[in-house]
Structures are given as C-alpha cells and as structure tokens.
Design a protein around this ligand. Structure first.
Ligand code: PLP
Length: 397
C-alpha cells in the first residue's frame, strides 16, 4: 500500500478532499514533498508558522528541553521552568491586566477555559458570540461557532448562547446584566478576514463593563504579528478581560492559552478547586518552543515590515476576476465569484507549488497568510502564480 492509501484508510478522515501532500522537509516559507517538489507555504500551516518552518532557535530550544525533561506531571503541580518563563515573557508583552496565563493543549481548549472562567467569575450563563465565528471544534467551542450548518448535527449543545452579527449594534444591544461574556475574534478569521470597526470594539468594551460581562478576544489566528502588531487588539486600543491564544503561540508545537487578570483567574482555584484540569496543557517542550519563537519574532523587524508587504500583495492582486481583497496585515482573503471558481484556482496554485486554501465560512475566498519572513520578491512571484492560475481556470486550460 502507498502512504496515500494508508493515510486514507488508517488516519481518520473528515475532509472529503484533503490536500494530501506528503512533505518530507520544511524550512522558512518552503516545503518539499517526497518527490523533491518544492512548495511555498502561503498559509503558514493555518497561521502557525509565523516565523517560518524549522527556525534554528526553536529547534535548539526543543532539543535542549527534550534533553532535560518532557512530561513530568499534570498541569499546575510542579514548577516547570519553560512554563514559568514563557508565562512571564508573554505577560511582559501584554497589558498589565493580562497577567495570568492558563496554558492549554489547543485553541479550542482555550475557548472552553475562557467560557468556564467567565461563568465562574460572573455567576451567569448567557454567552454572546458572532455569526461566522470559529473558536474551535469541541462541544463548548462548537456552541459559540457562528454557523448553524456546522453546529446543527451535534445538538444539543450549550444552552444560553446568542449569535449576532460581527460589527453590529444588535450584538451590543444583546449584552445585559445576565451576560457572562461576549466572545469575539479581534479580526474575524473564517468569515474571510473581516476587521472590526474601532468604534464598535470600543462600545463593546464599555457595554461589557457597564453590564458586568467579560469581554473575550480570540486572537488564536490574529496574534503574533499577523496583523502588523504583536496583538491585533493594539490597533484598536481595546484590552479584553480574557485573551485567547493558540496556533503561533507554540512556535510549531501544540499549545493554547487563555489569559486574564489573576483576580479573575483565581476563581478557578476554589469551589470547586481545580476549575480546569489538563494533563498535557503547557507541555514543557511546547512552552520552550513557543518562547524561542516569540523571542525571535520580537527581535527581528518582521512585524514592522507587515504593512509594506500587505500593500505589495494588495497592489499585485489585481485582476478583473477578483471581486475584492480583504486584508489585515499579512492576512488576506481574495474573493472570487464562487467556491466553484475559487477551488480550481487554489488547486492550480498548489500544482504550481503555492499552497493555499479557502475559508470555512467564505469558501469563495482564497486564504493568504504566509510566514511573516516572506520577502518582497517572493510576494511578487506568488502573485504572478495566482494571476496565471486565474487566467488558466477562466480559459478552461
Ligand atoms: N479560534 C480561531 C480563531 C481559530 O482559527 C481556531 C482554529 O483554527 C481555533 C480557535 C481553534 O484552535 P484549535 O484548532 O487549536 O483547537
């Protein structure tokens, strides 16, 4: 049997059309398959590899930590240096009210933890989320996912959840003194890169404060420089009560986190104690990798270059078949007429060695979220691949 056949028969499948590349090596923005064919990773493994693949500092940190120890005990019992050091470093780069980090295994678990924390702190159960939002695939996170098609087959889900439109007054009007929290993505990812209005985000914050509800920002995709600042909320001058991180947080290793003020977080230590439990959350190797990646990210000036590179993409992505391009830093959604047009263009790009994908709630949009280390020459090269792919699909070649 080929590896492809083994993949299809023994690795549980949920996609009817997996990309199915067999990569043997990845470095920087490039990946190579079993036949030696080179690919550019235009989506950073879904916004994970913000500093590129196989960064030597990250590899060294992983190897050093593996030599010291891997798993020791469940979360929060021993003082594990990589966890402590990474929590300290993260909080150094965050506003002072985001000073206590609960490390999880994944983004979805960070969402779960944040919802539990909000319920615990407020003693309320109502949660407000956005249509077209994605916060993870476990049952709590699925309950706040903003699309009935994706939720419905798994009902019953959590009760007392309200979905309203991102950027809408209706969402703000829904917040009242029974609301535990409002959970929003600082920049909506899977709706195809939608930015919030600054006024809306500020009103959201003041209304939450007035009503005693917690404001949760999901920056699992938007964080770590993707939008041109370390955290996306910095663009809007709004600090959440709870911040969700994941993806690039682990520098290529699995890691998530929900972060809040210690006075809120402490509610998970009593009545009941152990308010959130995880065996592997904050794994020492993941924390060592994540910390090395964050250090590299802030030492280099890749974040400062994001704006110029975004503009270059916007200038190069001009074609009369492109309906619009939405962007938030090095994160773009290229909109086509339909999924039926977008998908073959993506497939054509992959054939030509540029790996992209579509968005969960915007299947007519092509995803661009390259490692921030991408050069201007590479951006031009990629855009010409996209242009020729559009031409070929429309000419039926
Ligand atoms: N939140 C957002 C905005 C995401 O994009 C994702 C994953 O794509 C998640 C949460 C869930 O993260 P994970 O897949 O690590 O559970």
């Amino acid at each position: 049997m080929t590896n492809r056949q083994l993949f299809l028969s023994h690795v549980a499948q949920t996609s009817p059309a997996p990309i199915g590349l067999e990569i043997v090596k990845a470095e920087g923005i490039k990946m190579w398959d079993v036949d030696g064919k080179e690919y550019i990773d235009l989506i950073s493994g879904f916004s994970v590899c913000n500093i590129g693949h196989s960064n030597p500092e990250v590899i060294k940190a992983v190897k050093d930590q593996v030599d010291r120890y891997m798993h020791l005990i469940v979360y929060g019992e021993f003082i594990e240096t990589p966890q402590v050091a990474y929590a300290k470093l993260l909080t150094d780069y965050l506003p002072s009210s985001l000073n206590s980090v609960y490390f999880t295994n994944s983004g979805a678990e960070a969402t779960e933890g944040a919802m539990k924390l909000a319920k615990r702190v407020t003693g309320r159960s109502k949660i407000i989320a956005c249509n077209k939002a994605y916060h993870g695939s476990t049952q709590g996170a699925l309950s706040v996912m903003g699309d009935e098609y994706w939720r419905n087959a798994f009902r019953p889900l959590l009760p007392d959840i309200y979905h309203l439109d991102y950027n809408s007054q209706e969402l703000i009007d829904c917040i009242d003194n029974t609301t535990a929290c409002v959970i929003v993505e600082t920049v909506q990812a899977e709706s195809g890169v939608n930015r919030p209005g600054e006024k809306w985000l500020k009103t959201l914050q003041t209304t939450c404060t007035e009503q005693g509800a917690l404001l949760v920002f999901d920056e699992i995709q938007a964080g770590f420089g993707r939008t041109g600042s370390l955290w996306a909320f910095e663009h809007y001058g709004v600090v959440p009560d709870i911040l969700l991180l994941g993806k690039a947080l682990g520098g290529g290793m699995p890691l998530g986190a929900f972060i809040a003020d210690i006075s809120l977080m402490d509610s998970l230590t009593n009545n009941p104690v152990l308010g959130h439990i995880t065996t592997f959350g904050g794994h020492p190797v993941s924390c060592a990798a994540g910390m090395a990646a964050l250090k590299v990210l802030v030492e280099k000036n890749w974040i400062e270059e994001v704006k110029t590179k975004e503009e270059l993409f916007l200038n190069c992505l001009k074609h009369d078949r492109i309906h619009s391009v939405r962007s938030a830093g090095l994160w773009l959604a290229v909109e086509f007429e339909s999924f039926e047009v977008c998908k073959p263009i993506i497939d054509r790009c992959i054939e030509k060695g540029v790996v992209s994908d579509w968005f969960l709630f915007a299947p007519n949009c092509m995803r661009i979220a390259p490692p921030l280390i991408i050069t201007e020459a590479e951006i031009k090269e990629i855009c010409s691949v996209i242009m020729s792919s559009i031409e070929e699909v429309y000419q039926g070649k």
